[in-house]
Design a protein around this ligand. Structure first.
Ligand SMILES: Cc1ncc(C[n+]2csc(CCOP(=O)(O)OP(=O)(O)O)c2C)c(N)n1
Length: 618
């Protein structure tokens, strides 16, 4: 195995050029086998094998630096920098991250996870290099999907003035997670086809040149082509901005890429190298279903099918179904996704109501202000964005939606701990950042029926309103607790005396477990489903304060700005003598790992909650 001879960065340079393709094959086999067990970002990594090899062959790491946009495609980079054994524990608690991490290796120069940051970060590294009179090469690798994000253009705009070398590799596989969308995608596609067209012309010239009359004809065509080239020449968009464009180059041909990288290194400006790759390359199921294999759960290598087929529906599935029903009933509902039609469950809505569905690309900020415009224009927008990605749109929520009190509905999926993607993807801040904004309202459903009821409630509501729900299986018990949603009202699930658990969304299920266990130990325990995080139902807190000696809040959000803080603020004033215990995630970043383990580690699992209660009541 050639792969086994690679123990650290730059070892790849000892591999004979005639063995490069063999090494690429070994890397693919390794990735398929490992990811089939651990799960992970398969398609993007399979597509970037030769690109990463060419970069490592052309650079001198760690002096030279590669900034990986999103970072989900960095597995080959990890393999080539001495982290082969890390794949045993990929994305597991305490194991190797699925994204670049500076703390993991000197060869990871910048942490990523969210999209479209690499050009800004790369430019920062370039400026630091030049100010410190250092000499090294800095390359940002960005995908065509990530190039739909606004930050990328802000950075290009800034980079265009550069008089020093900065290389941007555009890894264009013609896909985001799903099909890529928008004008830039169309433009890049035109470059692909223009290139084929020019190749075809080259063929025609060659045959003409073989005939006697060929030469004059060819020269006049060449003149015409040259002026046409001004119109269709690849990369004019970038060139016009002041960024040198090189390409397109075959992203599976190592020699061809190395040649272009050599040329790129000579440029005294920002230079964009356009590399064409195929997502999922070398694994038929991933080539055929690139969206499904973008982030794969463990799968069978032979068939590509998931090892544990889904039995229960997820909150995303429920949201998807309800949106389709509501779309039929209310003709003013429109749905917006930022490049995640599959992940958010909006694909079915798109198929049914294509005119009322908008995939805006990886552009959360734009998605929110676009929704504000739709609302101001009389439509009822539902913006479906994962909790961690919505962080980007804080100002748009505040400035464009909430100041004007516009009726925009935020469907916030992946709220709470998401697991193996780690720090960058945990949805543990949304209650804090949303509830700090005046006019915003926040709900969290306890189970799948409540998600449906809350979405309907949100449609009839006037003003900004968010519902946040977690990743994975939807809780499908407590069906009988289906009192109509009333604005700002919580619900009693069990009303006893002594201890009362006031739980938000996903924590209602844990509260029931805690209650059962406490009951066995002889402690009576009530459970309230908060339903609303903003506004907090103070009336139910008044009731609870009457016949309970300990009030416990439970939420899957950090402490600062969370539900517990709000309850404490109220109780401290109204009932200073009451004991309050707030269960929350500590104000820290939570790394990757299995959600059950993470819950234990951060102290929000049922057993820890029970222990903490017992400490107080015994
Ligand atoms: C701000 C933000 N929104 C959404 C995502 C989810 N996401 C991860 S990768 C990806 C698609 C990236 O496409 P591209 O850059 O072309 O890379 P590819 O996977 O095709 O190699 C998306 C939407 C994210 N990481 N960050």
């Amino acid at each position: 195995m050639i792969l086994e001879t690679i123990e650290k960065e730059n070892d790849i340079k000892n591999v004979a050029p005639e063995d490069w393709n063999l090494l690429a094959e070994e890397i693919r086999e390794f990735l398929i086998n490992k990811i089939s067990v651990t799960g992970g970002h398969l398609g993007s990594n399979l597509g970037a094998v030769e690109l990463t090899m060419a970069l490592h062959l052309s650079l001198n790491l760690p002096q030279d630096k590669i900034v990986w946009d999103v970072g989900h495609q960095s597995y080959t980079h990890k393999l080539l920098t001495g982290r082969r054994s890390g794949f045993e524990s990929l994305r597991k608690y305490g194991g190797m991250s699925g994204f670049p991490k500076r703390k993991e290796s000197e060869c990871d120069c910048f942490d990523t996870g969210h999209s479209s940051t690499s050009i800004s970060a790369g430019l920062g590294l370039v400026k630091a290099r030049d100010l410190r009179n250092e000499e090294n090469t800095i390359i940002s690798v960005i995908g065509d999907g990530s190039l739909t994000g606004g930050m990328a253009y802000e950075a290009l705009n800034n980079a265009s003035r550069l008089k020093k070398n900065f290389i941007i590799v555009l890894n264009d596989n013609n896909m985001s997670i799903s099909e890529n969308v928008g004008g830039m995608s169309k433009y890049l596609n035109n470059i692909r086809t223009a290139d084929k067209y020019l190749d075809m012309k080259e063929g025609i010239y060659n045959s003409l040149m073989e005939s006697k009359l060929g030469e004059p004809i060819v020269s006049s065509i060449r003149r015409a082509k040259s002026s046409v080239k001004q119109l269709v020449i690849p990369g004019m968009f970038f060139e016009d901005m002041g960024i040198t464009y090189l390409g397109p180059v075959d992203g599976h041909n190592i020699n061809a890429m190395m040649k272009v990288f050599r040329e790129a290194k000579r440029c005294k400006s920002a230079v964009l190298v356009h590399v064409l790759t195929q997502k999922g390359k070398g694994f038929a199921p991933a080539e055929k279903h690139p969206a499904r294999f973008h982030g794969a759960e463990p799968f069978d290598v032979e068939t590509g099918l998931p090892l544990t087929p889904k039995t229960k529906s997820s909150y995303t599935d429920v949201f998807s179904t309800v949106m389709c029903k509501l779309g039929d009933r209310y003709k003013d509902i429109v749905a917006i996704t930022a490049a995640m039609p599959d992940g958010t469950g909006l694909k079915r809505f798109r198929n049914l109501y294509p005119d009322r569905f908008f995939d805006v690309g990886i552009a959360e900020e734009h998605a929110v202000t676009f929704a504000a415009g739709l609302a101001a224009g009389g439509m009822c927008p539902v913006v479906a964005i994962y909790s961690s990605f919505l962080q980007r749109a804080y100002d748009q929520i505040l400035h464009d939606v909430c100041i004007q009190n516009l009726h925009v509905i935020f469907a916030i999926d992946r709220a709470g701990l998401v697991g193996s993607d780690g720090e960058t993807h945990q949805g543990i801040f949304d209650l804090s950042y949303l509830s700090s904004i005046p006019n915003m309202h926040i709900m969290a459903p306890k189970n799948k029926w409540e998600l449906s009821d809350m979405l309907k409630f949100a449609i009839d509501f006037q003003g900004p309103i968010a519902l946040r729900y977690p990743r994975g299986e939807a809780y499908d018990e407590l069906r009988e607790y289906r009192e109509p949603i009333q604005f700002g009202k919580a619900e009693w699930i069990y009303h006893e005396k002594g201890i009362v658990l006031v739980a938000v969304g996903s924590m209602v299920k844990s509260a029931l477990t805690v209650r059962e266990s406490l009951a066995k130990k002889g402690f009576a325990c009530s459970v309230i489903n908060a339903r609303f995080v903003k506004p907090v139902d103070t009336e139910i807190l008044d009731e609870a304060a009457k016949d309970h000696r300990l009030i416990v809040t439970m939420e899957e959000n950090v402490a600062s700005g969370g539900f517990g803080e709000k309850v404490r603020a109220y109780l401290d004033k109204a009932y200073p003598e009451k004991k309050l215990l707030t269960i929350h995630i500590p104000d820290e970043y939570v790394e990757h790992g299995n959600v059950e383990i993470l819950r234990r580690e951060v102290g929000i699992d049922a057993a820890t909650v029970e222990d903490r209660i017992l400490e107080l009541v015994r």
